[in-house]
Design a protein around this ligand. Structure first.
Ligand code: SF4
Length: 284
């Protein structure tokens, strides 16, 4: 297959899959993934979540291992305290980190997005899995959406709402623990009357998390995340990208026998068996 796509084949670039032609939200119901890499990601995310929920409990010389107390302007990294006067170190560290992110992205593309971003981990490995468990796979989800508000739909939506809101509340609490420390968080929990303002802020953040995972979802990457918006200038043709493979996917529609065989063999959908870039025949 030639590297140059026809205008018709390039059409998929003209629109964002999550937005309709009228500019409304096109809600995606992805099919439940399976396979070796998905299993690996699942195990990695289990490890990630254990670390995320354990770190606030770890202390070094009586101080949390990590704390980002913006209110008191006290930051702790690996048990070492940084005060406002130490901020030049923090600034240099941030600049180094940003350069590292840029270079890492140029080479490895969106590996961070797919494997380690908290948004992805919580969306795909926590909330999406719960959604499959409650609503079923993509087809059942679409059927449920079209269904009138009968007993089954009300029950499933109510369960999903309670579970999503509860998990969002837990996540908000742990984010707060990273800001004020676990001791202070436990004090808020045991003396809720003393800190009505904190409780209100917590519920506000819970609602924001809930909104993101219930409805906003992948729009975070498209609209909000600065890293997502910078991708266009961080990647080149040689970057490893976890993205739609247009050579294998275009032109969409029912597969012919030849196309099925190509995909099964690991080649591009339209592969003619000759050398072209982008499929397993490349360089042969
Ligand atoms: S674009 Fe931003 S929010 Fe989306 S996965 Fe990447 S880092 Fe996370």
């Amino acid at each position: 297959m030639s590297d140059v796509l026809t205008d018709e084949q390039e059409e998929f670039r003209d629109s964002v899959a999550t937005i309709t032609k009228e500019g409304k939200r096109n809600f995606i119901h992805p099919k439940k993934p399976k396979g070796k890499f998905y299993n690996l990601r699942t195990w990695f995310s289990v490890f990630y979540l254990v670390v995320f929920f354990t770190l606030p409990f770890i202390k070094v010389y009586g101080e949390p291992l990590f704390m980002f107390n913006i209110v008191e302007r006290k930051f702790i990294l690996f048990g070492m305290i940084f005060w406002p006067q130490d901020f030049f170190i923090f600034g240099i560290g941030m600049l180094t980190f940003i350069v590292f992110i840029i270079l890492f992205t140029v080479v490895f593309g969106r590996v961070f997005c797919g494997w380690a971003c908290p948004q992805t981990i919580f969306m795909e490995m926590v909330f999406r899995k719960i959604e499959y468990w409650i609503d079923g796979d993509a087809t059942q989800q679409r059927q449920l959406k079209k269904m009138p508000w009968n007993g089954e739909k009300i029950r499933k939506r109510a369960i999903k709402f309670v579970v999503f809101y509860t998990i969002s509340f837990i996540i908000a609490n742990f984010f707060l623990a990273y800001i004020v420390g676990m001791d202070q968080l436990l004090r808020y929990v045991t003396h809720p009357g003393e800190s009505i303002g904190t409780l209100a802020a917590l519920l506000l953040f819970t609602t924001v998390f809930f909104f993101v995972y219930w409805w906003f979802r992948e729009q975070v990457c498209i609209v909000v995340c600065p890293y997502g918006r910078l991708q266009g200038v961080l990647l080149d043709a040689n970057s490893i990208v976890v993205a739609y493979d247009y050579k294998r996917g275009e032109k969409r529609g029912k597969l012919t026998q030849k196309e099925k065989e190509n995909l099964k063999a690991g080649y591009g959908r339209n592969c003619s068996g000759k050398s072209c870039s982008g499929c397993a025949h490349a360089g042969k």
